[in-house]
Design a binder for this molecule. Structure first.
Ligand SMILES: [Zn+2]
Length: 237
């Protein structure tokens, strides 16, 4: 897998600066460093993430090694095989828990893995320009941002912009209130579904999903075990 990755990295000759018309979408997208073609299918990308998480669960320490040659090649462009929208929580670093390295993952991290305009724009860039074939929206156990969303439904308030972030998550807390099981877990998974739904509202992303070039899936990370469970999301396109 490692030598295959190195070959791919070295073959990335295309380095564009400026704008390019994204085929099939019909809008100008900024291109800073783009790969030539998607390196794998959405399903293969998902399988690779699952395999990486299995290594992490069993060995804890990441086993992905990289060479100076590979790092130098990455200076010419990037072709991340998957993108993540995940929480800023210090315990949920995607490169570690999926056993990946520099250039492998396009990661958007924000407390509560919410999808506002800036997060969506980042993933539009990863998917349409870098041709990353998979987006994983990943929530996690004991998420403080989700807890804030739940606390908001109880009438609590928060300082600064935390209030606004909690308000984005609050609908997931309201929807899952009173459901069987743990409220925080249920709200976290619902919040993932809502983020996926918001991403699907992006014309750029939904076109790619429709064409089969992109899949958007949900996931739940359990802090103690290291296990990432992929969700069968009813809100997937
Ligand atoms: Zn969190």
């Amino acid at each position: 897998m490692q030598s295959e990755h190195r070959t791919t990295a070295l073959s990335r000759k295309k380095f564009l600066v400026g704008t390019v018309l994204v085929a099939g979408i019909g809008m100008n997208m900024p291109v800073l460093a783009a790969n030539e073609a998607p390196s794998m299918s959405p399903d293969d990308a998902l399988a690779k993430l699952k395999a990486g998480n299995t290594v992490f669960v069993q060995h804890m320490t990441t086993t992905r090694t990289q060479t100076i040659e590979e790092r130098a090649a990455l200076g010419q462009g990037q072709a991340p095989f998957a993108s993540l929208l995940s929480c800023a929580d210090s315990r949920t670093t995607p490169e570690i828990i999926f056993n990946q390295g520099l250039g492998d993952l396009f990661v958007v991290r924000v407390a509560g893995n919410v999808a506002t305009a800036t997060e969506t724009a980042s993933l539009e860039y990863a998917s349409a320009v870098l041709k990353s074939p998979l987006i994983v929206v990943m929530g996690h156990s004991a998420c403080g941002a989700v807890k804030a969303g739940i606390d908001l439904t109880k009438g609590e308030s928060f300082p600064g912009d935390i209030q606004a972030l909690a308000a984005i998550i609050e609908p997931a807390a309201k929807t899952t209130k009173g459901q069987a099981g743990d409220w925080t877990v249920n709200a976290t998974k619902e919040n993932v579904r809502l983020s996926i739904a918001r991403l699907n509202q992006s014309p750029v992303l939904s076109e790619l999903v429709k064409s089969g070039a992109l899949k958007i899936v949900g996931a739940y990370y359990q802090l103690e075990t290291g296990v990432v469970s992929f969700m069968e999301s009813r809100s997937q396109a």
